[in-house]
Design a protein around this ligand. Structure first.
Ligand code: ADP
Ligand code: C5P
Ligand code: MG
Length: 210
């Protein structure tokens, strides 16, 4: 039994705002544990599709159904039901080691369903001091994603999916950022500068936890 709850920082921002890039630096330099909800969902699709031949018919049907569902949501830029995402995050946290860790949960909670689902399952188990929010304009984010698309291999790094992702971000994610903000729990970072300049502000935000 541990008496210290793990500390979780949510990391939000539009597609291409630099969430993954900055989280990776926190991992390298300060040993934070990083879990990207989007990465976990993509890995789950690959896992389900790859291992589907090894399991019995009933599991196979449900596995491929889930994989297809996640894939469709991703291509459409929609938010996957929280039951799936929260379980992946919880498993990921357990795998990294639960106790006394500082977790960066990137790309979550993306909408009210994410927020409520997390609260039900994880609300009492962890502390969430604040949300780190990377603020950038759409043009910058589009340019970054189009550059990333040359090597990412992601089926949603194209202009068609990207438009839908921005739409979801504005309609569903910004209200969550605003909700945390209204409780004084959003730390806004100007994400328009160089990676190193942004990181200076990120470090300042985390200063009490370094
Ligand atoms: P997100 O996880 O928020 O979608 P990423 O961290 O994957 O964003 O960054 C998107 C792309 O933009 C990547 O190719 C990354 O190298 C690049 N990038 C990230 N931060 C910056 C920055 N401050 N300036 C320029 N390019 C950046
Ligand atoms: O954060 P990232 O850009 O990797 O997310 C890619 C996609 O994964 C999102 O556009 C969305 O379809 C899905 N996702 C989700 N729920 C989350 C995070 C990501 O459905 N909490
Ligand atoms: Mg990312």
């Amino acid at each position: 039994m541990v008496d210290t709850k793990p500390v979780v920082f949510f990391v939000l921002g539009g597609p291409g705002s630099g969430k993954g890039t900055q989280c990776a630096k926190m991992v390298d330099q300060y040993g934070f544990a990083h879990l990207s909800a989007g990465d976990l969902l993509r890995e789950e699709v690959i896992l389900l599709f790859h291992f589907i031949s090894l399991i019995d018919q009933k599991q196979r049907d449900s596995g491929s159904e889930t994989a297809q569902l996640i894939n469709q949501y991703i291509v459409e830029g929609k938010i996957v039901p929280v039951e799936i995402t929260c379980q992946l995050l919880k498993k990921g946290m357990e795998k990294k080691g639960w106790a006394e860790k500082r977790f960066l949960i990137d790309g979550f909670p993306r909408n009210q369903d994410n927020f409520d689902g997390w609260d039900r399952v994880m609300g009492d188990l962890v502390e969430v001091p604040f949300v780190l929010f990377f603020d950038a304009d759409e043009e910058t984010m589009i340019n970054r994603i189009m550059e990333r698309s040359k090597t990412s291999g992601r089926n949603d790094d194209n202009i068609e999916s990207l438009k839908k992702r921005f739409d979801t971000f504005k309609k569903e994610t910004m209200p969550i950022v605003d909700l945390f903000d209204s409780n004084g729990k959003t730390q806004k970072i100007n994400a328009l500068r160089t990676i190193d300049e942004v990181f200076e502000d990120v470090k300042k935000a985390f200063e009490p936890y370094l």
